[in-house]
Design a protein around this ligand. Structure first.
Ligand SMILES: Cc1cc2nc3c(=O)[nH]c(=O)nc-3n(C[C@H](O)[C@H](O)[C@H](O)COP(=O)(O)OP(=O)(O)OC[C@H]3O[C@@H](n4cnc5c(N)ncnc54)[C@H](O)[C@@H]3O)c2cc1C
Length: 397
């Protein structure tokens, strides 16, 4: 039913986007896989400017803020196209973690915060990071934080230790989750504080090595120390104690954005798998495509990807109409389900490629390394399964 709601304009936009991905973004893929992020910056910047010139910019942001004003459902369709190549979302300025930060700045930012932090982020002139997870505390319990923001005159002094702040390297500011009232109820202890990276006491310890790769720039995960970082209290995002609520608001759409991107990765992996199966000969005239296990992988993957897409679009459709809270079970279901499909499809595609699957001749190995984390970030599988099952069972109690 919801597929019928795809307008003619939307179909045209998807065609334009397919062309742009093919002509402009795909040529960046191999250099991205073989070189560091900074080396590629001038080239990515040129393509970003061309995307902007064509109006292919900020698909997830309302028109009033210079975005394309798409619904979440429409953004799902766009995101799938962009997900087919690792730089897709970055080129249209809808990459994590900036996309989530833009959304909460739009929703909760003061006019001054919007002017100083949001506008350059929307323009693509700066990047940002989101700094919540701490090595010392279980990230699965977001109310348990050691980082503090203590009032000192008109300022906060931020002290703490974070890691996995994606894109911290080269970011202009961090949105930091810090405890502002340790005596408050669990969900009201923390606030979000904007800390510009040139604040004395802000220190990136290192880009954490992830499956052998430290990465660079946007494609990295920073370990950060905040030592007496002094920022004005006017840098607090939203009311004091609202940190947890805003984090939940950020993570709801954030999770669905990831799922949409993963469908794109699955489609690309599927395409590569089928091409390789038909091209690779085991003996003259006898291709991999004739082998039963390969045929099974192709059939299973097709069914799993199509089912996952419908589930994701159905969830987006529900959020557009009823809001993220009403769709919280659906969001949890797609978060663990699509992450599992992604992992299975990537694994099969690599297997079909044999040794080549382990190289960076295709993006499969990059995704396999980086998207293993899909089952961990924005809530591990087990947490989502637990919360959905609990709510379902409560209806039987
Ligand atoms: C690639 C990547 C990017 C990230 N980017 C960011 C970012 O930009 N900003 C940021 O702040 N954080 C980021 N994170 C951190 C991420 O949000 C956390 O890793 C996640 O919340 C899990 O927390 P944890 O790693 O401390 O695992 P823990 O909380 O220690 O959990 C470990 C394991 O315990 C199990 N577990 C946990 N709770 C339950 C439960 N209730 N029932 C059963 N089993 C359970 C799960 O299997 C889980 O994987 C990123 C992580 C990765 C890997």
């Amino acid at each position: 039913m919801f597929l019928e709601s795809i307008s003619t304009e939307m179909k045209l936009l998807l065609q334009t986007l397919d062309e742009f991905v093919r002509e402009e973004i795909l040529p960046l893929e191999r250099p991205f896989l073989l070189h560091d992020f900074d080396t590629l910056l001038p080239a990515t910047e040129e393509v970003r400017q061309r995307a902007k010139g064509l109006g292919l910019w900020l698909p997830q942001i309302p028109e009033a803020y210079g975005g394309m004003g798409l619904t979440l459902f429409e953004h799902g369709l766009v995101s799938e196209r962009l997900g087919r190549t690792p730089l897709g979302h970055y080129i249209l300025n809808c990459q994590a973690p900036d996309a989530g930060n833009m959304e909460i700045l739009i929703e909760h930012g003061t006019p001054e915060q919007k002017e100083r932090f949001l506008m350059p982020l929307l323009a693509g002139d700066i990047r940002s990071c989101f700094s919540m997870t701490e090595p010392e505390n279980a990230g699965s319990n977001p109310t348990w934080l050691s980082t503090t923001a203590t009032k000192d005159g008109d300022d906060y002094l931020v002290n703490g230790h974070k890691w996995f702040s994606t894109g911290a390297d080269g970011a202009a500011f961090a949105i930091v989750m810090a405890v502002t009232d340790p005596a408050a109820a669990r969900h009201q202890r923390a606030s979000m504080i904007i800390v510009p990276v040139d604040t004395p006491g802000f220190h990136i310890v290192e880009n954490t090595s992830v499956m052998g790769e430290r990465g660079q720039g946007w494609a990295s995960h920073g370990e950060i120390r905040y030592d007496d970082c002094r920022v004005p209290q006017s840098n607090r995002l939203g009311a004091e104690g609202m940190g947890f609520v805003i984090a939940q608001q950020r993570l709801g759409p954030g999770r669905i954005h990831h799922c949409m991107r993963w469908i794109g990765i699955c489609e690309r992996a599927f395409d590569l798998m089928c091409r390789q199966a038909t091209l690779r000969e085991l003996a003259p005239g006898r291709t991999l495509a004739e082998m039963g296990p390969v045929q099974n992988w192709i059939a299973e993957s097709r069914a799993e990807i199509d089912a996952a897409r419908l589930l994701v679009l159905q969830t987006a459709y529900k959020i557009d109409r009823e809001g993220a809270y009403a769709a919280r079970d659906d969001i949890s279901l797609i978060k663990f389900h699509v992450a599992g499909v992604l992992q299975a499809v990537l694994d099969r595609a690599i297997q079909v490629h044999g040794a080549m699957g382990m190289t960076d001749e295709t993006p499969l190995a990059f995704w396999y390394r980086h998207e293993r984390a899909a089952r961990i970030y924005d809530g591990p599988d087990e947490v989502h399964k637990w919360s959905v099952a609990r709510r379902i069972l409560s209806r039987y109690a």
